[in-house]
Design a protein around this ligand. Structure first.
Ligand code: BGP
Length: 490
């Protein structure tokens, strides 16, 4: 790869910021909204996993169970996830976008945003998930948000499900393992596309669909982890994605439906060929999902894996034709860091990379991870790409009403340079960049406020205490300058 000569971004490059309803919106039990799977999660920390609270309707016993990657929930007999009196649930509050959306959108406009990534909370539109008719009050809230964005000429990028499946669909159907959920999602998509076709051009189906193996409940409402359950749920999501693209074409083909993938370049720890084989295998944990949702086919390596693991998909005659004919039109992806693997320690998901620094939460700070990812995905699919999440989670300090977050400016500057190189040196077609958590919101992984990504500080602590006042950080003014100069002033 040749070195850069200059930074240039296309005039129509969509600079902006990203959030998710379950981490930002709040109003968790207002406006007719039902509970979504994240609402019953407590706060956690770097060292304490988030807990899912439950109740036993027979014995009235209540308790907590850990959310553990690639494992089933340890729920007692007859227990089900539920809110407990006196517990704090970060998702129910977010940082109150629900009541402060005008103030926040004005801040986004002040920075010069062209795009605003957010999610519609599925449980605000269909509180139980399987109703025939949507919740009108929920639809009106998003109408008001889209109208406010339009006032400033900011385009929405809307995630249809960002870890926000209605909890009832998980409890009563087992989430995406049940084929009927495909129909419920199609109904939801029809309502969104019909209602907002003139206000929203860009849609993403399922946030980080490839996280389903790590967090089957949060990603797909599947409480009992098994390779079979995850494969079946993923298949139903693929079919729902294809039906969503088909529906969009019927309602208004000017809209675009993208896939949303969590991606991390995986490096072999050494130049041993065995490390490279393992690195390819790990990258395929994510690429499988884009091969199907964007490439339109089930890759051979996954079919072989299913065969080895005894996974047998229940499919319907139309499924593979739908998947082939209606692939997503662009890829939105999150990329924060890279990983390192060694065939000598295959059980380790990630080894410390001696060439890279790490954040306070142990995430590698890799200035090249975006360029690497953009090239990998563009070479594989030749479709437009959008970095819909990138940013640095860090502890910030307020000093005399200021937040000097030079560390975040440095991280984002490297990200912008990496994207510029992919565009100018490698010819990758990049639609935009929406930095993650442009305003401080609760962390998905830990539920903390302490892990701040924002260019705007929010006065709230990990327990939800604070004024919720917004304060512009140094990075706010830096990003404002970057957008105004179209990426030439970094
Ligand atoms: C991604 C999610 C986002 C966001 C981000 C940062 O996986 O799509 O919702 O939370 O990770 O992770 P965290 O908030 O755990 O730091």
């Amino acid at each position: 790869m040749t070195e850069r000569k200059a930074f240039r971004f296309p005039e129509n490059f969509l600079w902006g910021g990203a959030t998710a309803a379950n981490q930002y919106e709040g109003g968790g039990t207002e406006g007719g909204k039902g509970l979504s799977v994240c609402d019953v999660l407590t706060g956690g920390s770097r060292t304490r996993k988030r807990q899912m609270t439950w109740i036993n309707r027979v014995t009235d016993e209540t308790g907590y169970t850990e959310l553990r990657p690639r494992q089933s929930l340890a729920l007692p007999e007859n227990a089900e996830p539920a809110l407990l009196d006196g517990e704090y649930y970060p998702s129910l509050k977010g940082v109150d976008f629900y009541h402060r959306y005008k103030e926040d959108i004005a801040l986004a406009a002040e920075m010069g945003f062209k795009a605003f990534r957010m999610s519609v909370n599925w449980a605000r539109i269909f509180p139980q998930g399987d109703e025939e008719e949507p919740n009108e009050e929920g639809l009106q809230f998003y109408d008001a948000v889209f109208d406010e964005l339009k006032k400033y000429g900011i385009v929405p990028l809307v995630t249809m499900c960002h870890y926000e499946m209605p909890l009832s669909l998980s409890l009563n159907y087992g989430g995406w393992t049940d084929r009927r959920v495909v129909g419920f999602f199609e109904r939801y998509a029809r309502v969104l596309f019909t209602r907002y076709q003139k206000k929203v051009k860009y849609w993403l189906t399922f946030n980080e669909i490839d996280n389903i193996a790590n967090f089957p409940l949060i990603c797909a409402g599947v409480p009992e982890y098994s390779p079979q359950a995850v494969a079946q749920a993923a298949h139903h999501m693929f079919v729902a994605s294809a039906k969503t693209v088909k529906l969009k074409n019927e309602i208004n083909p000017d809209m675009m439906v993208g896939q949303m993938l969590a991606y991390m370049p995986v490096y072999g720890y050494s130049c041993s060929p065995k490390d490279q084989l393992l690195a390819i295998d790990r990258e395929r944990d994510a690429l499988f999902f884009s091969d199907v949702q964007v490439g339109g086919y089930y890759p051979a390596y996954k079919l072989k894996e299913y065969e080895r693991n005894g996974v047998v998909l229940k499919t319907e005659a139309e499924d593979f034709e739908l998947i082939r004919r209606y692939p997503c039109e662009f890829i939105g992806f999150s990329c924060y860091k890279s990983m390192c693997v060694s065939a000598g320690q295959p059980e380790k998901r990630n080894l410390k990379n001696p060439y890279l620094e790490e954040s306070e939460w142990g995430w590698t700070i890799d200035p090249d991870c975006l360029r690497l990812t953009l090239n990998e995905l563009y070479d594989r699919y030749r479709k437009p790409l959008w970095i819909v999440e990138n940013g640095l989670g860090a502890e910030d300090t307020v000093e005399n009403g200021k937040i000097h977050d030079q560390y975040r400016i440095d991280y984002l500057r490297d990200s912008v340079k990496s994207i510029a190189d992919a565009i100018n040196l490698d010819g990758v077609e990049v639609m935009g960049l929406t930095v993650w958590g442009w305003i401080d919101i609760i962390s998905a992984g830990t539920g903390e406020m302490k892990k701040r990504y924002g260019l705007v500080y929010v006065d709230m602590d990990d327990e939800g205490h604070g004024s919720l006042d917004r304060i512009r950080k140094d990075s706010f003014y830096w990003y404002q300058k970057v957008i105004r100069s179209e990426g030439t002033e970094l």
